[in-house]
Design a protein around this ligand. Structure first.
Ligand code: FPP
Length: 227
């Protein structure tokens, strides 16, 4: 959700107002994805690197996550959204951890869109954690190292049980992966838009989906239409 700070600065507002506006864009995007039959939406809300931001901004974000969860839980339940948080959640404030646990449990049986919020998430850290978990299982004699394959590694990632994303949307013109879902994005199509996240809406989402539809996905093979 890049560009919250720049959106605010361009309007002469404090950065945190950009995050507040970003929540509205996220709610709109989630509802559109749900209405348009998209089965999962994963948002990058807070990276392991974001702790290095000024304390005030970090505190604002933690409180914002908590307030949004409290305010929106009923809508998530009503709209059949299944919410999950991906990342090292133990490092988050206690109150936020409780809200996360509560909202995850209360929506776990929902049958609609999977809404994943990456919070204190880092792609490299996720891979290291998966390697550690597999190594521990091997040391305990539960698995044989030679039998570790892509499926067993994927099962130790935060995203276990989720399908890999088909489309990565980057706002505010950034053209980097920035430590986001490094394993899972292996074959994702990338759409870059200049729009700042708070301005992301139905029009820009539709543009991203149409761009996605125009791609020929080969997954390393040959275009089936040529064979
Ligand atoms: C990146 O923009 C955005 C963030 C670090 C925070 C995004 C979080 C939300 C919109 C709240 C979501 C709430 C819930 C409960 C899921 P930036 O600050 O890097 O902007 P810049 O690139 O312009 O500096």
């Amino acid at each position: 959700m890049d560009g919250n700070g720049r959106w605010a600065a361009a309007k002469g507002l404090p950065r945190v107002m950009g995050h507040q506006a970003g929540v509205e864009a996220l709610k709109t995007t989630l509802r559109l994805c749900s209405d348009w039959g998209i089965s999962a939406l994963t948002a990058y809300a807070f990276s392991t690197e974001n702790w290095s931001r000024p304390g005030q901004e970090v505190n604002f974000l933690m409180t914002l996550f908590e307030q949004v969860l409290q305010k929106e839980l009923h809508s998530l339940e009503r709209e059949q959204v299944r919410i999950r948080f991906l990342g090292e959640l133990e490092a988050l404030p206690e109150v936020l951890q409780q809200r996360i646990q509560d909202s995850t449990e209360r929506t776990a049986g929902n049958t609609g869109i999977h809404f994943n919020v990456c919070t204190n998430y880092g792609g490299r850290r996720e891979l290291v954690r998966a390697a550690q978990r597999l190594a521990r299982q091997a040391a305990e004699g539960l698995i044989v190292p030679e039998e570790i394959d892509e499926n067993s590694l994927a099962a130790e990632l935060f995203t276990t049980g989720e399908q890999d994303p088909d489309l990565l949307i980057r706002t505010s013109g950034e053209q980097r992966i920035s430590n986001f879902l490094l394993w899972q994005l292996a074959y994702a199509e990338i759409h870059v838009t200049e729009v700042y996240w708070p301005d992301f809406n139905a029009i820009t989402l539709k543009q991203a989906l149409m761009d996605f539809q125009s791609r020929q996905r080969r997954f390393g093979g040959l275009d089936t239409r040529q064979s």
